[in-house]
Design a protein. Structure first.
Length: 204
């Protein structure tokens, strides 16, 4: 096994606490039946995949969600329910990133969308910060900006090629098993972060 030089972190469930059930419950209260069949930690239907790869705008997402559910929800209602899963940043994990930044090149790769980016940045900046969130990393990759999402192999290849780094010397950390499998197929070393564990407990 090669020496690790680079670490790529997922965001939700790794650095930012999230709860998919909160979004599912919020949508169900709005009348969206079986929301977990549309979006969950393990999968996303075509609408949400398009949102997370930047293929549709925020407003188009609101319109299409109403169309496919047969409802007439306002953008505010949809956004509030969609953002409900986003909780708080793991402050000790952020501190840990600073601690290991002199040892490894640190990167972020997140399946996300412009609605959530706006929301989690507001969460981050709700308290005084010593630096912008992105500065914890050498570079950040958001699926809605690069046009690919995990666990598609091309997503990882895109990141590796952009950074000109070797897969075998790169560690990928995520809380979703399917994303870990995708990273393995791309040749990276991996750690599946199980619920209750934090990156500062991994012995890096």
């Amino acid at each position: 096994m090669e020496k690790i030089e680079n670490i790529i972190f997922d965001l939700g469930g790794v650095i930012l606490d999230i709860d998919y059930n909160l979004t599912r419950t919020a949508f169900e209260k709005l009348g969206v039946a079986h929301f977990d069949e549309m979006y969950s930690q393990a999968s996303a239907n075509q609408l949400f995949r398009r949102l997370e790869t930047g293929e549709i705008t925020e407003n188009a997402f609101y319109t299409e969600l109403n169309t496919c559910t047969g409802l007439d929800l306002s953008p505010f209602e949809i956004k509030k329910a969609w953002d409900a899963m986003l909780l708080s940043f793991r402050e000790k994990s952020l501190q840990f990133l600073d601690k290991i930044s002199s040892t490894y090149q640190l990167y972020l790769l997140s399946n996300t969308n412009y609605i959530h980016i706006d929301a989690f940045k507001k969460i981050y900046y709700c308290k005084e910060r010593k630096k912008p969130f992105e500065e914890y990393f050498n570079k950040v990759f958001y699926s809605c900006e690069i046009g690919f999402r995990k666990p598609d192999r091309i997503c990882y290849q895109c990141v590796l090629q952009d950074l000109s780094i070797k897969a075998g010397r790169t560690l990928f950390i995520d809380d979703s098993a399917q994303n870990i499998e995708g990273a393995k197929k791309a040749g990276m070393q991996t750690i599946l972060l199980i619920p209750g564990n934090n990156i500062e407990d991994l012995g890096l």
